[in-house]
Design a protein around this ligand. Structure first.
Ligand SMILES: Cc1ncc(COP(=O)(O)O)c(C=O)c1O
Length: 355
């Protein structure tokens, strides 16, 4: 606490990112990064851009990258907005679409823990909508009056996906509020809502290159929706920082979107590894929530989540543990390479056998 802090800063409870420790070499399965390197095309494009032009500001409207994304999803360029990671897009969405101290924004009781942090920061009321016993998001929870909706599909940290029908049911019953679908993990087997954009002017789909394109370090996310919604986010961005995405990131991201073959190959590898690991875990008697993401949410009857997390850490394997009601017996494990996951399975077997 510092006496110069504003009241907002004194009262906020910031998000805690997954640790990036330096004390030893870990198998890092804690922040849902992609275990494979980005496409060689991305590296080449960034190298080509690292030249004298860096003295110039980047394109504030990100035209080239917007065009690449619009082409990929068969949308208009005006239906796409680029941000410094999808976290920034979520942050901009609060002042763009949600009234401070207005009707509550709805999101799931178990979901990405940044949503309540933004809500508190932007003085937005929110209501947590229960998930069922199996962590399923129930669409009917989102039919009450609200000032906006955010749904992660697939959800984090559970990996549970939502069907297109369920999303459409929520959209059609909420014509007066913006429904944000956070598709950070959708490329690993989820059902995207992008095809609904032209039918629902209240739908904003947010995606990221951090996970499925191996670019967590580049910080590029994108929002897709009705032109009017995109204009709203642009107004927020240009009231905050005109240049949120740098020249190297713009070049690398466009190359990533254009190298679809590489993207398809790496995401299929991760899905295949996930399915193999899930089968093995079930054989070991571990409880696994069915996942459509690049991580799995698991628990063991023999070892509480917090202890499992600690024991794995001692064995050099980092996973994520959330000490929160309903999920405190679980750990979230990012899908790594096959070799990394074999080490994880071996460590888990050793922990289970010693109790
Ligand atoms: C559900 C969800 N949304 C958004 C993000 C943010 O991703 P980024 O800011 O790297 O694009 C994450 C990252 O962990 C996430 O889990």
């Amino acid at each position: 606490m510092n006496r110069y802090w504003s009241r907002t800063v004194q009262s906020i409870n910031p998000y805690t990112p997954g640790e990036q420790p330096k004390d030893r070499k870990y198998i890092k399965l804690n922040t849902n990064e992609n275990p494979y390197p980005p496409s060689p095309e991305v590296i080449a494009a960034i190298k080509r851009s690292a030249d004298a032009s860096l003295r110039l500001y980047p394109d504030p409207t990100c035209e080239n990258l917007r065009a690449a994304i619009a082409e990929y999803y068969r949308l208009g360029k005006e239906q796409v907005f680029i941000g410094n990671g999808s976290d920034e897009l979520l942050a901009f969405s609060f002042p763009a679409f949600f009234e401070p101290a207005g009707k509550p924004v709805l999101f799931a009781e178990v979901t990405y823990s940044f949503y309540p942090v933004y809500a508190a920061f932007f003085n937005t009321r929110y209501r947590l909508i229960p998930v069922d016993e199996q962590f399923n998001i129930r669409p009917d929870g989102y039919y009450e009056e609200n000032g906006g909706i955010i749904i992660a599909n697939p959800n984090a940290p559970t990996g549970k996906g939502f069907s297109g029908k369920e999303i459409e049911a929520i959209l059609s019953r909420n014509e007066n509020s913006v429904v944000i679908i956070d598709e950070a993990y959708v490329d690993f087997g989820g059902r995207s809502a992008v095809n609904l954009i032209n039918n629902y002017p209240n739908l904003l789909v947010i995606k990221t290159l951090s996970k499925s394109h191996s670019l967590a370090g580049l910080r590029v996310g994108y929002a897709m929706g009705n032109e009017g919604l995109i204009e709203g986010i642009i107004r927020v961005k240009d009231s905050f920082n005109s240049y949120t995405v740098d020249r190297l990131a713009l070049a690398g991201a466009a190359a990533a979107i254009r190298d679809d073959a590489y993207f398809q190959e790496t995401r299929s590898k991760i899905i295949k590894t996930r399915e193999r690991v899930v089968t093995r875990l079930l054989e070991m008697g571990i409880k696994v929530i069915p996942s459509q993401a690049n991580f799995i949410f698991i628990s063991s009857d023999q070892c509480p989540g917090g202890i499992l997390f600690q024991r794995l850490r001692e064995k050099g394997i980092l996973v994520r543990y959330f000490n929160k009601p309903r999920i405190d017996n679980f750990i979230r494990v990012t899908i790594g390479t096959d070799a990394e996951m074999d080490s994880f399975l071996d460590a888990l077997a050793a922990i289970s056998s010693t109790g």
